[in-house]
Write a protein that binds this ligand. Structure first.
Ligand code: SF4
Length: 272
């Protein structure tokens, strides 16, 4: 790999066309004073990729690639729906034919039906253009549709990482398990057994001053005294396949059923 922080401005500028970004808020990420043609054509102009006379044709091709067309060239962002704005943001991101795109919650601001269209579009582009995505999302169902590998973070730290199928169908960290149990159907991967729906209790602690030991211990239904003192490290737990690692002291013993049962027991406990 290349340490981007060590690169000078010129070398970084040469790399930038290969790395692009799609933002969470399609309205906020498009300049309201620019027409769609300028927005999508801007990276082509900045990096002098195509001659000025050919730029419009290239922009139209990009718009068609994301399900829009030449009739959108003269429109401003406020004349577009949320889904159309995000398509414009995606057209801008693929304009320079990048290798890698960071997708920062690209569908969370959209209606559920539009979310599915954008996720399908991202999947088509990924396969058709050979793109690598870093897809950031809170919804495991959406993550499961697009991802080959999944990393789960809690308070800014990785708590579980591995192949998408393994993490989403056989999660080992209690936080991952509770995320999946609290997500709406359909599940990203079929589960082997029915489990009661569950939700995280208690407010998350401060990410700036996380708790000692395991940062999840204040909300974990399975926490033991050791969890308050010792921070667990990512490791391959018993029964995990290659590349599937988890940061939990009890990972060798946990199953989705154990977490669900612990959560039910906690709920049933009378308040003092
Ligand atoms: S280390 Fe302890 S508190 Fe942290 S997730 Fe595992 S069981 Fe829960």
């Amino acid at each position: 790999g290349v340490d981007l922080f060590s690169l000078s401005g010129r070398r970084l500028r040469r790399l930038r066309p290969r790395m692009q970004m799609v933002f969470q808020d399609p309205a906020g990420s498009l300049d309201p004073r620019m027409r769609v043609e300028q927005i999508v054509g801007e990276p082509l102009a900045v990096h002098s990729v195509v001659r000025r006379g050919q730029r419009r044709g290239r922009v139209v091709a990009l718009l068609e690639r994301v399900g829009l067309g030449a009739e959108f060239l003269t429109r401003y962002p406020h004349e577009l729906s949320g889904g159309q704005r995000q398509r414009v943001g995606i057209a801008r991101a693929i304009a320079l034919e990048p290798d890698f795109i960071v997708l920062d919650e690209p569908v969370s601001a959209l209606d559920i039906s539009i979310q599915a269209q954008i996720v399908n579009l991202l999947g088509e582009l990924q396969a058709g253009l050979g793109l690598s995505y870093l897809f950031i999302a809170h919804d495991p169902v959406v993550v499961g549709h697009l991802s080959h590998a999944v990393a789960v973070m809690y308070l800014g730290k990785l708590v579980e990482r591995g192949p998408a199928e393994a993490v989403l169908s056989r999660p080992r960290h209690p936080y991952t398990q509770l995320l999946l149990l609290s997500s709406p159907e359909p599940r990203p991967y079929a589960r082997t057994e029915r489990l009661p729906r569950a939700a995280l209790s208690a407010e998350p602690p401060s990410a700036i001053h996380p708790p000692d030991g395991c940062a999840f211990h204040t909300r974990c239904p399975l926490a033991v005294p050791q969890c308050r003192r010792l921070e667990p490290v990512l490791r391959q737990a018993a029964g995990c396949g290659n590349g599937h690692v988890v940061a939990c002291h009890l990972a060798d013993e946990l199953s989705p059923r154990a977490v669900a049962q612990a959560l039910s027991a906690e709920r049933a406990r009378p308040a003092i």
